[in-house]
Each structure stands twice: as structure tokens, then as C-alpha cells.
Design a protein around this ligand. Structure first.
Ligand code: ATP
Ligand code: AH0
Length: 413
């Protein structure tokens, strides 16, 4: 497991705070996240201290690492995004293989944290989304929606000897919700402030934003997917720059020129205007969308670098557009804190500042506030699992559109 530099820095900060406390008032949990960018397995070991009633829990990151997927596994995941290829036997095989890889990543994070598996109360594993269908369809008089995350929790529990909470999204859908985004529940717990309205923007494969109005109650939080995060940038770079899977630091886009006409066409995507709540994924912004982009590039005769610059600008624009359209009419934000791998794309962050700072929103990254952009979602799934294991509701129905809050996650002992 490659330890993340920021995770180590955070770990050192924790050490400086003093030795970890005894087991009575402290719990340890591990969170595993494999997101839509399919860059591998993020694993975080955290310490949770329960506050007094009404207080927020206090979290410390003890270790964090990202284990890239083996190349053949990554290829198989991408293959299964295509529903006709995702036959039951292929999905079944990958489900148990991912369970094994997730268990290894969890054990590695536990070792790095200096813990023994017996000290860890729960592993929360998001799994790998291979299909997400939040728009309801009707069958036999029932309104149905579905989402598929694989990486068998029973395998994780068996290999680690620790209860595992997995498959979080389906319970929210069972109550009529989008099943996403789920991280806002933890953002409400950990980031809300009495005087400032904050936007927590994740730029992973998909982009999603959480609005935490100053002194908000859980009911006042709202969140939604803004559109592509790094998905189009990665898609274009992988197809046009052999051997590359991302625009490291935003170097390619920095050299390119935005094609105004293509940008205008891309802004017309209906998703951006859809009302809340809403969520999206590779079903819309995946391989078929990148094929379309490459065809338009040919048609307009623009360079590979210009296409990368154009989709980077589109991504920043979609986040600014989401603020203008859905947030500013209700709340004036003081700051946006960006997390996810997109934080490391300096060109994207620069463009995001150009979008938001003229509207008075300061743009910061998780690192700017002393945390880790990489670790944030893995930490969130550790905390969601801690709630699930205790049978405590861990969802925000106002965010997902569900009829009620629920205990999300299935427990494998
Ligand atoms: N140094 C870097 N420079 C530019 N981009 C980077 C860098 N590091 C990571 N990224 C981008 O971040 C992506 C991974 O982000 P992240 O791990 O947050 O996504 P995810 O969790 O898989 O997605 P989601 O949150 O949508 O489920 C990579 O695919 C890449 O595009
Ligand atoms: C179905 C699915 O996996 N959705 C992811 C995806 O990646 C980002 C965005 O789209 C968000 O809605 C969600 O993940 C985060 C972790 C969430 O649920 O908050």
C-alpha cells in the first residue's frame, strides 16, 4: 500500500496531539472508498470520540493509503460499466475478488495506524459502483430505482475478523431517495459552522456539492451532483495521451486553449438544469460521452490539449453554474472547500477560483484547512459505518429526497 503523503502529515499532527487514549471512550473504525474514477482503494483508519449529546463527534485520521487496482481488475471494472457485458457470472466473480482486495487494504490501514484488528469495531466499505439508476421507473405498480455497488462485505468481515458495513445506498433508495450523495451526513457532523455558510465540493470522478448554511440543522443541508468531476478530463487524457490516465497537476490543460464554441455546446447538457435532488454517474458522463467529445474534436479540428482545456473549463463552469442556479438564490456562501483528487489539478482549481471568487466565494482545498482531499470520503464511510453498527440513522433525507432517514448499510459479522 502506498501511504499518502498528506495522510502521513495528518498522522504526525495526531501524534503531536498526544498518545491515543484508552479504549473506553474511543472507538476505531476503518473506511474504504473506491470511487467513480476507478483509481483504486482508499483506506482510512480513524479514531472516533463521541461528544456529549448534541455535540459533534471528534475524528482523528490515524492512517490513510491508496492502493491502485491491479491493471486487469481496473479493466474488468470498466468492462462491467457496460450493462450488456455485466453478466451475472462476471459481476459475481468481481464481487468476491474486490472483497478480498478491500480486506487487504483495510488490514494494511489498520497496521499503519499501529492498531490490532481486534481493536477496530467496524469496517465501512462503499464498494465499487458499477451502475447507478436513480430515476424511478414503474413496474407492477411500484416506483423502483436501483444502484449496484460490489465488493462483498461478507468476504471483508471473514478476512479481517471485523464486522463490515457495506451496500449503503440501497436503503435510501428503498425510501424513495437518490441513494446519493451520502457523505453530506458526515459533512454536517464534522464541518458545519455557526457563522459561515460553507460549500463542500468533492471533485472525484463525478463532482458533488454539499451546502452547509451557517448554524444549519440537518434538515437545512442540501447536496447534489454538479456533473462531471475528473471523469471527462481523465477520459479525454486516457484516449489522447497514451500511457496517461489523468492530467497530472493540470499540466496539459494549462497549455491548451478553451474552444468557446465546443464549450457552449457542452454547456447545453440537460443534466445541469435538472431540478434537485439529482445524482449522476458514468451512465451519462462515461465512455460514450468521451466518444462524442472525440468526434466533435475531429469535426472542429482542435488539438488534444485544447480539448483537455475545454473539458477542464466545462467542469469548473458546471460547479459555478450549480452555485448560480441552485444555491445563490437561497444562500450566499462564504467559502468552498474542495476535496477529492481534483484538488490536485491546479488548472482546474485556478478555473474554479475564476468562476466563484467574483461571486464572493473563497475557494480552498481540504489541505488549505489542514485536512486531506484524498482521505475525506474514506473517513466518511468509516463514520457512516460506526453509526450503522450502532443502529443509528445515518442519512439526510432532505439531501437524497428519501421519505425518511434510515440506517444505511448492511452488516456482515
Ligand atoms: N495529482 C493530480 N493531478 C491531477 N488530477 C489528479 C491528481 N491526483 C488525482 N487526480 C484526479 O482525481 C481523480 C481521483 O479522485 P478521487 O479519488 O477523489 O475520485 P473517486 O473517489 O474515485 O470519485 P467519486 O468521488 O466521484 O466517487 C483521478 O482520477 C484524477 O483525475
Ligand atoms: C452512485 C455513486 O457511487 N455516487 C457517487 C459518485 O461519486 C461522487 C458522486 O457521484 C456522489 O454522488 C457519490 O459518492 C459520494 C461518495 C457520496 O455518496 O457522497
Amino acid at each position: 500500500m502506498r501511504m499518502n503523503e498528506k495522510g502521513n502529515v495528518y498522522g504526525r499532527r495526531c501524534q503531536e496531539d498526544g498518545a491515543r487514549e484508552g479504549a473506553e471512550d474511543v472507538r476505531y473504525a476503518v473506511g474504504l472508498m473506491s470511487g467513480t474514477s476507478v483509481d483504486g482503494i482508499d483506506a482510512a483508519a480513524i479514531e472516533i470520540r463521541e461528544g456529549e449529546a448534541g455535540e459533534r463527534p471528534r475524528i482523528r485520521l490515524l492512517s490513510f493509503g491508496n492502493t491502485p487496482y491491479p491493471a486487469d481488475v481496473r479493466e474488468e471494472i470498466f468492462a462491467l460499466f457496460e450493462p450488456s457485458a455485466a453478466t451475472v457470472d462476471r459481476v459475481g466473480r468481481l464481487n468476491v475478488l474486490l472483497g478480498e482486495l478491500y480486506a487487504e487494504a483495510a488490514l494494511s490501514a489498520i497496521r499503519q495506524a499501529g492498531l490490532a484488528p481486534e481493536e477496530v469495531e467496524v469496517v465501512g466499505s462503499h464498494g465499487q459502483t458499477i451502475y447507478h439508476a436513480p430515476q424511478p421507473f414503474t413496474s407492477h405498480g411500484c416506483d423502483l430505482r436501483y444502484t449496484v455497488q460490489i465488493g462483498e462485505g461478507a468476504v471483508i468481515a471473514a478476512r479481517t475478523g471485523i464486522p463490515c458495513v457495506s451496500d449503503f445506498r440501497v436503503a435510501d433508495m428503498a425510501w424513495g431517495g437518490q441513494g446519493a450523495p451520502l457523505v453530506p451526513f458526515t459533512e454536517y457532523l464534522l464541518y458545519r459552522e455557526p457563522r459561515r455558510t460553507l460549500l463542500l465540493q468533492n471533485i472525484g470522478g463525478i463532482g458533488n456539492v454539499t451546502v452547509l448554511p451557517a448554524a444549519c440543522t440537518p434538515e437545512e443541508v442540501y447536496a447534489f451532483d454538479t456533473g462531471p468531476g475528473n471523469m471527462l478530463i481523465d477520459g479525454v487524457v486516457a484516449r489522447l495521451f497514451p500511457g496517461m490516465s489523468m492530467d497530472v497537476g493540470g499540466a496539459i490543460a494549462r497549455e491548451g486553449r478553451v474552444d468557446a464554441e465546443l464549450l457552449e455546446r457542452l454547456r447545453g447538457e440537460p443534466y445541469y438544469g435538472l431540478p434537485l435532488p439529482k445524482s449522476t454517474g458514468r451512465e451519462l458522463f462515461g465512455a460514450a460521452y468521451v466518444d462524442k467529445l472525440l468526434a466533435w474534436r475531429e469535426e472542429r479540428g482542435i488539438s488534444a490539449g485544447d480539448l483537455a482545456a475545454t473539458v477542464t473549463r466545462l467542469t469548473a463552469w458546471s460547479i459555478g453554474d450549480a452555485y448560480r442556479r441552485f444555491i445563490r438564490p437561497k444562500h450566499t456562501a462564504d467559502a468552498m472547500i474542495v476535496g477529492g483528487g481534483g484538488s490536485y489539478n491546479r488548472t482546474l482549481i485556478g478555473m474554479l477560483k475564476e468562476e466563484l471568487e467574483p461571486m464572493g466565494v473563497e475557494v480552498l482545498t481540504q489541505e488549505d484547512i489542514g485536512l486531506s482531499s484524498d482521505a475525506k470520503e474514506a473517513v466518511a464511510f468509516a463514520l457512516l459505518a460506526d453509526y450503522a453498527l450502532a443502529g443509528r440513522p445515518n442519512s439526510l433525507p432532505g439531501v437524497t429526497g428519501a421519505k425518511r432517514a434510515a440506517v444505511l448499510g448492511k452488516i456482515s459479522y
